[in-house]
Every structure is written in C-alpha cells, then in structure tokens.
Design a protein around this ligand. Structure first.
Ligand code: KG4
Ligand code: ZN
Length: 340
C-alpha cells in the first residue's frame, strides 16, 4: 500500500511516500527557515506563501524519488492541525484536490500524534501502553497511550520547551532558532555553573518555562537591566549548559514520574526538541537504569516531516478511519482518542 503524506503546519513544506507501515520511499522537505531568521521567529504569512510556492515541486520531487506515479497512490494523509492556519490550509487544500482528481481516500491527522508515530517507521510500534513525551517549538506534553486511547497527563502552563530555548537564545543574541545553537554551546560548558529555581506549578506532570527565561535575562542584564545581554566564550557556554541541565532535568523527572505512577515501562519521544543531545542522553541513561524501553526518533525525523504524517495516516486508515470532504484545517486541533 502506498501512502502519500503531506505536512505544511509551520515553516516546512514536505511530501513523503511510505510503502506499507515501514518502507520509506521518499521524504522531501523544503524549509522556509532562512526567510524567518531576520525576523527572529516564524512569520505566518511568509511561511504560508512559501508552502504555496513549494508544494507542487515538493510533491513532484517525492513522486520522482519514490518512482511512483500518481495513480499508484492508495491513500493521502495530511496534517489537519495544530499549526498556522494559512500554512495548514495549503496542505489540506492540495490534499483534497489530489484526492478528488485521483479518486483516492484522504485522512487528516494530528501533528503531535504524528511526531510520536515518527518512531514507528524504523522500529515496531510497542504492543502495550506507553508514556509519550512531545517536545516541540509550540508544545510540551506528557501523554499516556493505552488501549488505543490517548490521555494528556500534563503540559506547559506558559512557554513550550522549544519556545523557551528560542526566547532565551534571543536574549543571549544567538539568533533563531535558538535550540540547536544553545545545545551546541551547552556541550562545551559547565552545567553546574548556575542554578535556577524550580517553578511551583499545579499538576504533577505540568511544566512552566517562562520563569527560567526571565532568570537568564536578569542574570545577563542585571536586576536593573543596565548591562548588555552579550555574554561570550566560556561564560556563555556555562550559562547554556546550566540552562540545558535544568530544563532537561525537569522534563526527564516528570516523564519518569508518569511512567512510575502509571506502571508503564515504555517511553516514546517526538518533536523538534527530541534532537537535543542532553535530553537524548539523559533519557537513555534513566531508561537503562530502570530497564525501560525508549523510542526516540533518528535526528532526520525530529523536525517536521511528511513521513510521520504518512505513518500515522496509514495506521488510522488500517483502523477503518478516513476523512470526508468536510475536512478542513484546524489550528487548535486536539489529539484525538485514536492513539498511534
Ligand atoms: O517540532 P518542531 O520542528 O516544530 C514545531 O512543531 O514546533 O520544533 C522546533 C523547535 C524549535 O523551537 C527549535 O529551537 C527546537 O525545536 N530545537 C531544539 C534542538 N533542535 C531543535 N531545541 C533544543 N535542542 C536542540 N538540539
Ligand atoms: Zn512539529
């Protein structure tokens, strides 16, 4: 079975061809990131315009790479939400037009669930329940997936983890996106150079990341905001390392807590921040010590891509699900209770 995946929820435009559940035939990604850098963050209008211009070429390239004709496609899976509405509309409209023209079924999928599903292309999906950790630029969630149902146990009260990285990096003058730069600097710094207060937050599995960003601002600018925010060299590396140790520590602690509370021994991680070196290493260590199974995507599948959309669409289609002509972009789409 050939599934075409389409992803346009933010600044990436991607089309993938997946054969059955696990054979990658193509995963083409065109990013507009370079166009946003100068603005210090993603500009929705620029992102949707880029998707509109790129989608045809990305689709044609994916078919060519996969050596697949349009008539070979059996299913079209597209990101329905959450994301930027203008960008989502490009993918959904393109997918619906193709579905109509080729007379093939279409299925809309939830982007965050798809991040978790990115793990099930190279590895077989766990049979039993698992704790899912979603860490991206827009979301931080801990979910319990059991018997085909997803229950959200906790999320962030303010900034998402990727957002905290990006905003802190901006304070430090490191450009956008800040996550990968901070991660690189952190690897050369002393993670114990600074300590940050743990936020008091309701809910056992909830997070708050806006306080640590303000703490960094006060540290580099002084309480009266008199000093310049430019820290350099080892001092900067030490700050990045301390920030990274702290936020990763909070995430790992709550993920393990959720596993222990729910008596679950499998963790599945997804989202852009799953590329973080310390998060990967610390989760691997904790899981090794406890005999837990850890699924974490290869670096190539941590950022937004259509392969994960195809994988989740395939799964849902096999469960008998599909969308109708009323399918539309939903920027606030919640995880449904279908599971992955
Ligand atoms: O999942 P994603 O590609 O887009 C959203 O759906 O949001 O995640 C992008 C986020 C950005 O905030 C970026 O700074 C962060 O992932 N990120 C990282 C790393 N690589 C990307 N954060 C920390 N460490 C990294 N190595
Ligand atoms: Zn994403």
């Amino acid at each position: 079975m050939i599934t075409l995946g389409i992803e346009t929820s933010c600044d990436e435009t991607s089309c993938a061809i997946l054969e059955n559940a696990d054979k990658t035939r193509a995963n083409v990604i065109s990013s507009s990131l370079h166009k946003h850098k100068v603005f210090g963050g993603v500009v929705p209008e620029i992102a949707s315009r880029h998707s509109l211009e790129a989608i045809d070429v990305v689709y044609e390239t994916a078919l060519k790479e996969a050596r697949v004709k349009p008539s070979d496609i059996d299913l079209i899976a597209v990101t329905q939400g959450p994301g930027l509405v203008g960008s989502l509309l490009v993918g959904v409209s393109f997918a619906k037009a193709l579905s109509f023209a080729l007379d093939k079924p279409i299925i809309g999928v939830q982007h965050l669930e798809a991040h978790l599903a990115s793990n099930f292309i190279l590895e077989k999906k766990p049979k039993g329940p698992y704790i899912g950790l979603i860490v991206s630029g827009g979301h931080t969630s801990i979910v319990h997936v059991c018997g085909g149902k997803i229950e959200e146990l906790g999320s962030t009260a303010d900034d998402a983890i990727g957002e905290a990285y990006d905003k802190t990096a901006k304070i430090l003058g490191l450009g956008y996106p800040g996550g990968p730069v901070m991660d690189k600097l952190a690897q050369q710094g002393n993670p114990k150079a600074h300590s940050f207060t743990k936020p008091k937050i309701d809910g056992r599995y909830n997070f708050s990341f806006s306080g640590i960003k303000t703490a960094v601002l006060h540290l580099v600018c002084g309480q009266k905001m008199e000093k310049s925010a430019k820290w350099k060299g080892q001092k900067l590396n030490d700050l990045a390392a301390s920030f990274q140790r702290t936020v990763v520590g909070w995430i790992v602690e709550k993920t393990i807590l959720a596993c222990e509370d729910r008596k679950v021994k499998t963790i599945v991680v997804g989202g852009g921040v799953s590329a973080n070196s310390r998060l990967r290493a610390d989760l691997q260590n904790e899981c090794k010590v406890r005999g837990f199974r850890l699924y974490i995507p290869p670096l190539s599948l941590t950022t937004d891509n259509a392969l994960m959309i195809a994988r989740l669409g395939y799964e849902k289609f096999k469960q008998g699900k599909r969308s109708g002509w009323d399918l539309t972009a939903d920027p606030n789409l919640k995880m449904d209770l279908v599971g992955v």
